[in-house]
Design a protein around this ligand. Structure first.
Ligand code: BGC
Length: 369
């Protein structure tokens, strides 16, 4: 008798109730055999970031329509297990990263040309964040067209592709802005030495730009060591405040990755003539500060400065991330892998959310090692 394959199977998954604090639990989710244009994936690793912490705290996130829970997890590294009909270019065993954001149902103009990161309606969905389940689960079926293929030798750092895609877009934005000046940026300041800040430092150093990284950890901390290993300077703002450490130095490019909004306006004052500053941190707080807005306005006008926000990433940025991770194997051997500082099993997802001031990127080993 022919073997009948079940259409739907179940696997272990983390589930949260959006809007409810600390609701994360280990449950089960169905997954189907891939149909036309789809691939079946085994989830290997999931990176945890501030967005996941906000979802777990009940401050962010939205369940898929008609469901009462969300499977979080948007930074991942997966392996192809099964290839559906009509899929070309993917084989079982290939490494892939599913793209987080999907076009809005209205298919607005940017979404229709693959720039869902610039969606105009705001109706987009995001895997593991809004309206679409994420990757904190053992298996997943996804559209091949929304997955990015990775070379096999990026297995140890492939989970960094998604956060790096955010950096690639932010840097592309500032480079586009700086084209108005006819000059390439030469000096950059990166505020925040978390994963986004350190990946930005590597990206900018890789482009030959002089970089200073600022954080609040001591000069001997792992964050400072990685910044220095990338050839960047390091400023411990808690010991020597930014204003003092950079007295007389102004930057062509400032990339804000601390997610601490009051720092945005201190760093903005370190921007030089024709400089551009890009903000990447999603801040959920309500900090209030007093600002000399006349001085700020005058400086920005007289010095042709630009302040820009940047969110999410399109396929081109994921592909740039893959190219950079490949290039860093030569230029910064072993450095990107040092960003992964903690590993947890799926069953202790919450432990991956605990903050360690010297930790950089925590990952959940969904498939084990
Ligand atoms: C993700 C982005 C997403 C943003 C806002 C970030 O953590 O990396 O892909 O667009 O959160 O939801």
């Amino acid at each position: 008798m022919a073997k009948v394959e079940p259409k739907e199977q179940r696997c272990r998954a983390i589930q949260v109730t959006p809007g409810k604090a600390h609701s994360a639990r280990l449950g089960e989710e169905p997954y189907a055999k891939p149909t036309q244009g789809e691939i079946g994936l085994k989830v290997l690793l999931v990176g945890i970031c501030g967005t996941d912490a906000e979802i777990e705290a009940g401050l962010y996130g939205e369940a898929p329509p008609g469901e009462d829970h969300l499977v979080p997890g948007h930074e991942s590294l997966c392996e192809v297990e099964d290839v559906g009909p009509g899929v070309v270019g993917f084989q079982p065993g290939d490494l892939v990263v599913p793209i987080v954001r999907r076009p809005c149902p209205e298919n607005c103009e940017p979404c229709s040309r693959g720039r869902w990161d610039m969606c105009l309606t705001g109706d987009y969905s995001e895997r593991g964040i809004a309206k679409l389940h994420g990757m904190l689960r053992e298996h997943l079926t996804d559209e091949a067209a929304h997955c990015v293929l990775l070379p096999g030798d990026l297995r140890d750092v492939g989970v960094l592709v998604e956060p790096l895609s955010i950096v690639e877009k932010a840097i592309e934005e500032t480079m586009l802005i700086q084209r108005r000046t006819g000059l390439a940026p030469r000096r950059a300041l990166v505020t925040g030495a978390g994963p986004i800040g350190l990946l930005a430092a590597l990206c900018l150093r890789g482009r030959g730009i002089a970089v200073d990284v600022l954080d609040q950890r001591p000069a001997g901390s792992p964050k400072a060591e990685i910044a220095r290993a990338a050839g960047a300077g390091y400023i411990d703002d808690s010991k020597t405040p930014l204003e003092q450490a950079t007295d007389g130095t102004f930057y062509d490019l400032v990339l804000e990755a601390s997610g601490y909004a009051p720092l945005v306006f201190r760093a903005l004052r370190r921007l030089g003539r024709n400089g551009a500053m890009v903000l990447t941190g999603v801040t959920a707080g309500h900090h209030k500060i007093e600002l000399d807005v006349d001085a700020l306005n005058q400086e920005m006008v007289l010095e042709n400065q630009v302040l820009v926000g940047s969110v999410n990433a399109a396929r081109q940025h994921y592909e740039a991330a893959v190219r950079d991770l490949k290039a860093w194997q030569e230029t910064f051997p072993g450095l990107a892998a040092r960003l992964i500082t903690a590993r947890h099993p799926l069953s202790s997802f919450e432990a991956a959310l605990t903050k360690d001031p010297d930790g950089i990127k925590s990952v959940v080993e969904v498939a084990g090692r």
